[in-house]
Design a protein around this ligand. Structure first.
Ligand code: ATP
Ligand code: MG
Length: 463
């Protein structure tokens, strides 16, 4: 079958051209080569390749220029996979914007090349079929950001602009949208060789957070039996992620502000000043501006953190990525849970597209995992997602936000926000049978935050 497929390789590096050509021919493809964008254009006109492997940096005419020409000349851009040098995310993103199908970072191993080519060509042959097939290739699953919606491309652009500086970044968005993934992508694109250190401000007890961050010396406080290096030091020139920054105690916010301003700090109980050399990425799913108004977050810290901000969109705002995400997450389930799903029906995809996804990509991931593990054969159908039908999380979320249904305020007492929060959390917990995962999703908070609130408000199942 392969020999009907024509591949054009455009690269000015003759040794790459030759080795790819030889390899792809041995896989049964018909291969043409060109040494720059101009030759490439002529080859496209004459040979009508099914797929182009296109280098970006070439003399005479670059890969991006060739893409632009092809776009201008032909109605439909041939399937194009860009080959970029390491760190050239910006050019890759521009190529994706022009309509390239995918990009590979050089050096590209032959196995990876073959897998990507095969997967790309399959998308053409399967495009009109009812089911969408999942690649069963042995290529290891890679936990990477997926998405090509304009909103996601904007994020990639911001990330690539961070190269070469240590600016603080604030990543915000609803629960489960991929904020942590964005933080990792920032790290991998700016300081991949340095440590990646994360701390969840909601999960660390408030009396320990200072020593977690700054470190402490032996005997600094009861229980400090040995000295400990803080995360600010351990991160060296890497990325320090402060997840759920809204939960950082006010006192610690003041100290953090000082670290950001002065790039220096003292471990608890120490007089030896240390230097902070890393980049801070703060993550939140709360509206910090509102917290500032109620005095729960320092405005000056907010300004310091918000030097560059990245909004990670809710899934319902980039549904054009749904299919890609579904395929990626099925592969992930196959890899992590050793399931062997081969395809998903169009009907199931349509249904997933009509769902509201209040828990965003995390909820989609859980749904796919659930469906894959319980599937009787290797196909996911509309029925595999029966647990998402009305009455599921999405619907519950809607009912829950209609406040009068759980407390009628018109007759009742007036509540403090604190009391209101307590009662509302309790209400949602009861309504969802104390399923904490779902409750956190509906409330738009993480599990650690929910656990913290449950403890704080003394909520118990039997109340
Ligand atoms: N764009 C994406 N492509 C692929 N997987 C994604 C993407 N975004 C999120 N995921 C997956 O969804 C799950 C949730 O993502 P992540 O933990 O980054 O979300 P979050 O915004 O930090 O959530 P929370 O606010 O609950 O902490 C993870 O398993 C992650 O791998
Ligand atoms: Mg997170």
């Amino acid at each position: 079958m392969n020999n009907e497929r024509k591949i054009l390789i455009v690269d000015d590096d003759t040794s790459i051209l030759r080795s790819y050509q030889k390899f792809l021919e041995s896989e049964g493809y018909r291969v043409f080569v060109a040494r720059d964008g101009r030759e490439g254009f002529i080859a496209v006109e004459h040979e009508h390749p099914d797929l182009i492997l296109l280098d970006i940096n070439m003399p005479v005419k670059t890969g991006l220029e060739l893409l632009e020409d092809l776009k201008r000349t032909f109605d439909k851009l041939p399937l194009t996979i860009m080959m970029t040098a390491y760190g050239d995310l910006d050019a890759a993103v521009r190529a994706m914007n022009l309509g390239a199908y995918d990009f590979l970072t050089k050096p590209v191993g032959l196995e990876k090349l073959c897998f990507t080519v095969r997967r790309a060509l399959e998308t053409i042959s399967l495009a009109e079929k009812a089911a969408y097939f999942i690649d069963q290739d042995e290529t290891p699953y890679r936990d990477t950001i997926v998405g090509r919606d304009a909103l996601m491309v904007d994020i990639y652009k911001t990330i690539s602009s961070l190269n070469g500086n240590r600016a603080t970044v604030l990543v915000y968005g609803e629960s489960g949208t991929g904020k942590e993934m964005v933080a990792r992508a920032i790290h991998e694109n700016t300081s991949p060789k340095e440590p990646f250190v994360a701390i969840n401000c909601a999960a660390v007890p408030s009396n320990l957070i200072e020593s977690e961050l700054m470190g402490h010396v032996k005997g600094a406080f009861t229980g400090a039996v040995a000295s400990q290096t803080g995360k600010l030091e351990a991160v060296r020139g890497g990325t320090l992620v402060l997840d759920e920054i809204s939960e950082m105690p006010l006192e610690m916010q003041t100290k953090l502000l000082r670290v950001i301003q002065e790039k220096k700090f003292y471990p608890v109980g120490s007089t030896e000043q240390k230097q902070f050399n890393g980049r801070i990425v703060a993550i939140t799913n709360k509206n910090l501006t509102e917290l500032i108004e109620t005095g729960r977050f320092r405005q000056d810290l907010f300004y310091r953190l918000n030097v560059i901000s990245i909004k990670v969109p809710p899934l319902r705002d980039h549904l054009s990525d749904l299919k890609m995400l579904v395929v990626h997450l099925i592969k992930k389930a196959n890899f992590v849970e050793k399931t062997s799903i081969e395809s998903i029906t169009q009907e199931a995809l349509d249904f997933l597209g009509s769902y509201s996804w209040p828990g965003n990509i995390r909820e989609l991931e859980n749904a796919i995992l659930n469906a894959s593990v319980n599937a009787k054969d290797k196909v996911l159908t509309r029925d595999s997602f029966a647990f998402l039908v009305p009455g599921g999380v999405a619907n519950t979320a809607q009912t829950c936000t209609e406040a009068p249904k759980f407390e009628d305020f018109s007759h009742g007492e007036l509540l403090t926000l604190h009391e209101f929060e307590k009662r509302y959390i309790e209400h949602v917990l009861k309504k969802l049978n104390w399923h904490k995962g779902r409750t956190a999703e509906v409330l738009g908070i993480t599990r650690p935050t929910l656990d913290k609130r449950i403890e704080e408000y003394g909520l118990t199942k039997n109340d």
